[in-house]
Write a protein that binds this ligand. Structure first.
Ligand SMILES: Cc1cc2nc3c(=O)[nH]c(=O)nc-3n(C[C@H](O)[C@H](O)[C@H](O)COP(=O)(O)OP(=O)(O)OC[C@H]3O[C@@H](n4cnc5c(N)ncnc54)[C@H](O)[C@@H]3O)c2cc1C
Length: 430
């Protein structure tokens, strides 16, 4: 049985300080033996970022994934949607939708490194769509609300989202504005103590099932970085219309919609934090979204490499396993090396982030590298599966389709490059 929220908190507390520094020294081994025993000792004793508490959290989540999610993934992929309310309730009851959120709103009150541990573990789900939908709920639509929202808003929207009673979605991108967030057109015009909202959002993950949206809208005519607000928008209000569910290359089990707003009235008190600060809040929120995405895809990349090793070891060509051809095992070793490099960058970034540093440059580098590596790895691994890689039945082909989004969503590669260049001060002067 997976641990429920309170039990999980207890177990996390009891696992604190289990290993003294002396114990760590005794247990540390230097070895070239890649046996599972050695791997386990490296994981639990010598980890640069994770403690016993992180591993307890991961173990507990893995049980839910194995029992409640993975057995149904193929079905949900075929159906083009997974039951978000059911799965979020299971995850919420066990504490996984608010690990770094305040305890008074149902969260576990831990630091962001625990979100990273959860994101990594969610990478063991056998598709990209469901982890992405969970990430939207826990790390993309709710960070600004948790940080800047009023107590009343947190009670109405954050608490039920953390508990898994409400499904959240994020409304930033529009038909005419994706990379260029500043140019969104959706307008919220103040009338008395209400905003009247007109416009529309595109690519809204969870949109078909969501109870509320964290909406970015223009609330004044000021300069584009200062005229926007984030608003908690219940999705059952009159004037909200789900125009269509979008047919996609990958991420099939995650529903993605286009939504229109026609004179939608929402109380002004639903603005998150300060009116006019929405762009800034969203940029902060993007940071956690990107770090979450990197952590998540790292595990799946590792699983795809392992699945490729397993397949090519038993598949014989020219009297020997495909794996024994040097070009194959060398290529897989290169990819594994790249994964480890990316993981080091991520952990370095997270270690700085939880100490309060600005990690915009490092997070953008990690997101850029994750997108590029996922494309390279999906292509290389799929190749070694031959015709089997071209079928819909194997993890590698699903990864090949799903992971293509990594270079586009949450800021395309070129957007990441622009941010990095800004920090390197290499952009042309205006
Ligand atoms: C499956 C899926 C789920 C999504 N979920 C959500 C969601 O829940 N909520 C939400 O708000 N959005 C969501 N998005 C939107 C996503 O964040 C955008 O697709 C992304 O930001 C890119 O915007 P765009 O599609 O409008 O591409 P555009 O902005 O039109 O960009 C097109 C291309 O231009 C290139 N480009 C961008 N900037 C530069 C530059 N400076 N220099 C040179 N080239 C550049 C890039 O290659 C980019 O891919 C989702 C998208 C998909 C596909």
């Amino acid at each position: 049985m997976a641990l429920c929220g309170r039990a999980l908190q207890k177990r996390l507390a009891s696992s604190r300080n289990i290993l003294t520094p002396t114990a760590v020294c005794h247990k540390r081994q230097i070895s070239e033996d890649p046996s599972p025993k050695y791997k386990a000792s490296v994981q639990t004793v010598g980890h640069v970022l994770y403690t016993q508490e992180h591993f307890a959290l991961k173990d507990s989540l893995r049980k839910i994934i194995d029992q409640e999610i993975n057995p149904y993934v193929d079905k949900w992929e075929d159906e083009g949607q997974f039951p978000a309310h059911k799965i979020f309730k299971i995850l919420g009851s066990a504490g996984f939708l608010g690990v770094n959120k305040p305890v008074e709103y149902g969260g576990l009150g831990l630091d962001f490194s625990f979100n990273v541990a959860v994101a990594e573990e969610l990478g063991n789900i056998n598709c990209g769509g469901i982890p992405m939908a969970i990430g939207v709920q826990s790390d993309m639509a709710t960070p600004a609300l948790a940080r800047f929202g009023s107590a009343e808003l947190k009670k109405e929207f954050l608490l039920p989202s953390i508990m898994g009673d409400k499904v959240a979605c994020l409304g930033v991108s529009e038909i005419g504005a994706g990379s260029d967030v500043a140019s969104i057109k959706t307008k919220a015009v103040r009338k008395g103590d209400e905003f009247i909202i007109n416009g529309g959002k595109m690519w809204t993950t969870n949109g078909a099932q969501a109870d509320w949206m964290c909406l970015l809208a223009n609330t004044s005519d000021g300069p584009p970085h200062k005229n926007k607000s984030l608003i908690c928008l219940p999705m059952d209000l009159p004037g909200i219309q789900i125009a269509r569910k979008i047919d996609k290359l990958g991420m099939w089990s995650s529903d993605t919609v286009e939504v229109f707003f026609d004179d939608v009235r929402v109380p002004c008190k639903n603005v998150i934090g300060q009116e006019g600060m929405g762009f800034t809040y969203q940029m902060l929120q993007f940071q956690e979204e990107r770090l979450w995405g990197v952590a998540n895809i790292l595990t799946t990349m590792e699983n795809v490499v392992q699945a490729t090793i397993n397949y090519t070891r038993q598949r014989k060509i020219f009297q020997q396993p495909v794996l024994y051809h040097q070009v194959v095992h060398f290529r897989l070793a290169e990819l594994q090396t790249e994964i480890e490099l990316l993981r080091s960058l991520l952990y370095h970034c997270i270690a700085l982030y939880i100490k309060g540093n600005d990690v915009t440059k490092l997070a953008s580098m990690a997101k850029l590298k994750a997108g590029r590596l996922a494309r390279e790895l999906g292509d290389s691994c799929l190749q070694y599966w031959g015709g089997m890689g071209f079928t819909g039945d194997v993890l590698v082909s699903r990864f090949y389709r799903d992971s293509r989004l990594m270079s586009i969503g949450a800021g395309a590669d070129e957007v990441m490059l622009s941010i990095i260049c800004k920090y390197m001060d290499t952009l042309p002067k205006k």
